[in-house]
Design a protein around this ligand. Sequence first.
Ligand code: PXP
Length: 238
Amino acid sequence: MATKLSVNINKIATLRNSRGGNTPNVLQAAIDCQQFGADGITVHPRPDERHIRYSDVREIMPVITTEFNIEGNPKEEKFVQLVLETKPHQVTLVPDAAGQLTSDHGWDTIAEAQYLRDTIEVFKRSGIRVSIFVDPVENMVAAAADTGTDRIELYTEAYAANYHKNKEAAIADYIKAAKMAYEKNLGINAGHDLDRDNLGYFSASIPHLLEVSIGHALIADALYYGLENTIQLYKRCL
Ligand code: PXP
């Protein structure tokens, strides 16, 4: 089964927010990305709403014809309420701090095991699939399996940073982590800093990769190639 491409549209909201009006139109972008071939839409609302706003998330859910993935930190009560209200297909839990520029680490699934178990249970009771953001570290993946999560999202920043130096070395930990996830019956997603250069090798090297979520590089490429072409280019890498 082909790996799904979920397009993270936070950057479109960032552009809109820089001028205060409604251009570009985030809701239309969600509709168009799906029309252009995206297999899903991802949003990552943060408490300061500097990218996607909570109101955007509520407006986007009804226009989803593919899969909706909401990412965020469940330690924010407002985030939990938003997810339970909108009921996306998937929630991806990320341990990022409120003012953080972007996500920069996965969960410590050992130290936070009980917290994760309790939190994941709340979403699963509502019928929402849960994925948790983890570093490519085997014991963190193994412990993720005990939290009740359906999937993990492998944090690919380190892979992307090292891909051009030595791609075999850059992917090694991810192969081990993915093998562990598969053995433990966890679905495998991946994301962060994936781009048109590094995506093909990642996807070819990680068996059973269910979904990648990509924002920054894809939206940047769309400035040159257009959104429709860009989505197709990324899909071809998969
Ligand atoms: N996954 C998570 C958990 C993220 O926080 C982000 C960035 O918001 C992404 C994936 C997508 O990363 P990028 O914008 O670098 O493609």
